[in-house]
Ligand binder design. Structure first.
Ligand code: ADP
Ligand code: MG
Length: 361
């Protein structure tokens, strides 16, 4: 079985960090280089053939701002040279392929939950939030598209790594452990079982895969090398320091979030953060944080060491897809309404349990 890692979404776009420094304009990227629209990105823009509920947003179409690109889930527009508008669509991907049908309201649930975490965790590391109302940066007739599902964020230089933190042994971590006795080169005690809680959370970075490829787990030394290369325009050693800061921030963010979630009956088994740096080299939390797209959420009451736990994330969709004769290559099959509804329900429940508030659109 293909086991998705916490970094369940891969970029359609070349990671920003892959843009050579000589193509920067001062602190910021040249717009056209930031999110090159690839053929695959164009695939995302296909309107799904099956009928989506009217409330679902498969993709945004903001004409008043330049479109920089579309990820698997988010559409990114330039607000100005130092701010982006990120619109979280209702697209869902599994096995790194975007499904043809949206999960109605998913983008709003993700935005609500990520917003909750950004606020709660703001003391640990600076984040991308600007506090600017997304509705204020688009035309009047475009406000509906961004309401509740968009953020105006600082435009930062993403690190070329996925900052994965694991508190439990599952997925590729479990596979790695069975072969090497550790995960991503981090040694672990003997005798751990599937889904065992780790003695302490570990940082296990992954590459930000280029188009059509899966993320790959890498050692911390490799993550440092990647950051050194991506930030070669900064003084020597800065890239390595940025990687160290990302590791420390990721562990601290996970630890605080996991304690909050535990008090609400949810185990955050693992999660993936993205970080970026501003022109001064200051590390920021970017993208999204601690949602079912980027994390494994397990109901604490159903957790049993040694067993694959049920979850509040994409596992339900993946399990359904595993029942089909589908080769996990695009195009993905159309999803039955019941699968979409169940996925929506699971995402909403995770959001409500974690935020402590009912989710009202
Ligand atoms: N504050 C930011 N500054 C620059 N880039 C960002 C920022 N926040 C997110 N991004 C980038 O925007 C994209 C978000 O789109 P998404 O659909 O999540 O992409 P993916 O398919 O890579 O998961 C990612 O490439 C992410 O690195
Ligand atoms: Mg993403």
């Amino acid at each position: 079985m293909w086991v998705a890692e916490p970094a369940t979404d891969l970029p359609y776009n070349r990671p920003l960090g892959a843009v050579p420094p000589d193509q920067f304009t001062g602190r910021f990227f040249v717009d056209t280089l930031v999110f090159p629209l690839s053929d695959q990105a164009d695939n995302v823009t296909q309107i799904p053939t099956s009928a989506a509920p009217a409330s679902a947003l498969f993709q945004s179409s903001i004409k008043s701002l330049p479109l920089l690109g579309r990820g698997k889930v988010r559409d990114i527009y330039a607000v100005d040279s130092d701010k982006l508008l990120i619109v979280t669509s209702d697209r869902i991907s599994a096995f790194d392929v975007v499904m043809p049908d949206p999960v109605p309201g998913k983008g709003k649930v993700l935005t609500r939950l990520a917003g909750f975490w950004f606020t709660k965790l703001a003391d640990i590391v600076p984040n991308q939030l600007t506090g600017i109302d997304p509705e204020s940066v688009v035309a009047a007739d475009e406000r509906e598209q961004v309401r509740g599902r968009a953020l105006v964020v600082k435009r930062l230089r993403p690190l070329p790594i996925e900052a994965v933190v694991r508190g439990y042994l599952i997925g590729s971590g479990w596979k790695d452990y069975q072969i090497t006795g550790g995960v991503c080169g981090v040694p672990l005690p003997i005798g751990l079982r599937l889904a065992s809680k780790l003695p302490a959370p570990i940082f296990t970075p992954a590459t930000k895969a280029v188009i059509g490829e899966h993320d790959e787990n890498i050692s911390f030394a490799q993550a440092q090398t990647a950051c050194e290369r991506a930030f070669a325009d900064l003084p020597a050693g800065d890239g390595q320091t940025i990687a160290e800061q990302a590791r420390a921030a990721a562990i601290a963010l996970y630890t605080t979030a996991a304690a909050h979630a535990a008090a609400r009956g949810i185990i955050i088994a693992d999660t993936k953060f993205e970080f970026g740096v501003d022109g001064a080299g200051t590390l920021h939390l970017i993208d999204e944080a601690l949602t079912p797209d980027s994390s494994r959420f397990w109901p604490a009451d159903a957790y049993r060491e040694g067993e694959n736990p049920p979850s509040y994330d994409k596992q339900y969709l993946r399990d359904y897809l595993e029942t089909l004769d589908w080769n996990k290559q695009a195009p993905a099959p159309s999803l039955p309404p019941a699968v979409l509804a169940q996925t929506q329900a699971k995402y909403t429940e995770a959001c409500e349990r974690l935020t402590g508030e009912s989710f009202v659109d």
